[in-house]
Design a protein around this ligand. Structure first.
Ligand SMILES: Cc1ncc(COP(=O)(O)O)c(C=O)c1O
Length: 443
């Protein structure tokens, strides 16, 4: 048995995989990474065309971040969150600077789910109200509150908190109302107004959205959607909470996705790209009004974790943000995003299995259909955990040296934000080859 197979068997025996049938998990064991590539135990290199889970925004093995982590480790790895540290103070200040005007004070945690748990709790403490509105095609994390907000099939396997009402999605390609933009009156956002009225504004703490829906299909809202949602929330005096865990840190060609519509949320959660995935960190930044509330005597900030404000994570985040700035990585994402869009749209011309490509920056979804006319999908929600044609295609891409995330009926094309045109061409060439598998199944 090769060393690679030995480790694979050991991992399968002793470690749970995530969101899968354990008996079918057959992981490739990765050993190293550099730039836009990762390398397995046999020395085979793969182009990372999805930034792992849309999080390795800075690519792999960034020396500046590694140095910052090492330096912090040599100074102080951990103290209780009751103490302050230089990295925590500096990261909080930096997040205030790079987020939109009006977002000021952060809770610092260890990942996206925890950032959303903090958002839920802060919103409830601040408003004194309990309910949230989220959407069906959404993922907000695996922990109790975050999985309750989540509307995708992963929520069916968990019992989360109560008090979540879900709204239909802004998904023009398959409009839940059977309408067509722009004559639709943006029903998908107006229905949220109606839901709030029906639920009672006095019971709703906030509306939670991924500004561009990530793992549920890279759904880009029409331009009116987010500004109108802000108005609706203001009318009813409820909070707008943006989950930028996946869409933040340059992914869409702006530092944060909400900037595309110049709309500031009351609370914004982030993770993934905050450290380029070099260490697990999340953050929940809040508005002036919320920060002021907790500054008042008697208003308890009733939340915490052992590893809140972890000095190592904070040091990694500060160094990562410096990399985004110094190397103009967000600008590169916008520029390479235009090239990616062109290349993906070319693919659409030669592959009838592509129903739609959509996205912004380096955040693209390729949705597959058996029939362009009827838009019949290859797979639906109930097949999420089953071996779909998309999974077969991703496996074929791996064989050819390209890692590509597939979810239900689409691929997520989201390489590290340092990607070059040449690397985009390399990934597109393999996508071009594996699309033939789906083309053969079209009508
Ligand atoms: C939009 C969004 N929110 C929250 C999460 C959960 O983050 P984590 O897996 O770091 O807990 C994810 C993870 O993919 C996500 O995409």
């Amino acid at each position: 048995m090769s060393r690679h197979s030995e480790i694979r068997e050991m991992e399968k025996k002793y470690v749970y995989g995530t969101w899968r049938y354990e008996n079918t998990w057959n992981p490739v064991i990765m050993e190293s990474g550099e730039g836009c590539y990762v390398t397995d135990m046999d020395g085979k290199r793969y182009l990372d065309f999805s930034s792992q889970l849309m999080c390795s925004n800075l690519g792999h093995k960034n020396q500046a971040v590694i140095d910052a982590i090492t330096e912090q480790a040599n100074k102080l790895c951990y103290v209780a969150p009751g103490f302050g540290t230089v990295p925590a103070a500096m990261l909080g200040k930096k997040l205030e600077e790079i987020t939109q005007e009006g977002l000021v004070k952060s809770f610092l945690t260890n990942g996206g789910s925890e950032a959303n748990e903090a958002a839920i709790k802060i919103a409830r403490m601040y408003t004194g109200k309990g309910k949230f509105i989220s959407r069906y095609r959404s993922y907000h994390g695996a922990t109790s509150g975050a999985i309750a907000l989540t509307g995708d099939p992963r929520t069916q396997h968990a019992v989360g908190m109560g008090g979540v009402v879900r709204a239909p999605d802004c998904y023009c390609y398959r409009c839940p109302f059977g309408k067509e933009y722009p004559g639709c009156g943006i029903t998908c956002v107006e229905i949220i107004d109606e839901i709030i009225r029906m639920e009672g504004p006095n019971s709703v703490a906030g509306v939670v959205i991924e500004p561009i829906v990530g793992s549920n299909g890279i759904l880009v809202p029409v331009d009116e959607y987010v500004p109108r949602l802000r108005e609706i929330c203001d009318d009813h005096e409820i909070l707008l909470i943006a989950d930028e865990v996946m869409s933040g840190f340059g992914r869409t060609g702006k530092m944060f996705c909400m900037e595309h519509w110049d709309v500031t949320p009351d609370i914004m959660s982030m993770a993934k790209g905050i450290t380029g995935a070099f260490l697990p960190v999340g953050a929940t930044i809040t508005s002036h009004a919320i920060a002021d509330h907790f500054d008042q005597p008697g208003n308890l900030f009733s939340h915490g974790q052992t590893y809140a404000m972890h000095p190592m994570g904070c040091a990694a985040a500060i160094a990562s943000i410096k990399e985004y700035e110094d190397k103009k990585i967000v600008e590169n994402a916008a520029k390479m995003g235009r090239y990616m869009e062109k290349r993906l749209k070319e693919l659409m011309e030669s592959h009838k299995s592509i129903g739609e490509v959509r996205g912004k920056g380096l955040f693209w979804g390729v949705e597959l259909v058996k029939d362009r006319e009827t838009k019949e999908p290859f797979a639906t929600r109930k097949e999420k955990f089953l071996p779909t044609i998309q999974k077969k295609m991703s496996a074929a891409a791996m064989e050819k040296g390209v890692y590509l995330v597939n979810i239900i009926n689409h691929f997520i094309v989201a390489p590290p934000l340092i990607v070059t045109e040449k690397e985009i061409d390399e990934g597109i060439a393999v996508l071009d080859e594996v699309l033939a598998i789906a083309d053969r199944e079209t009508v």
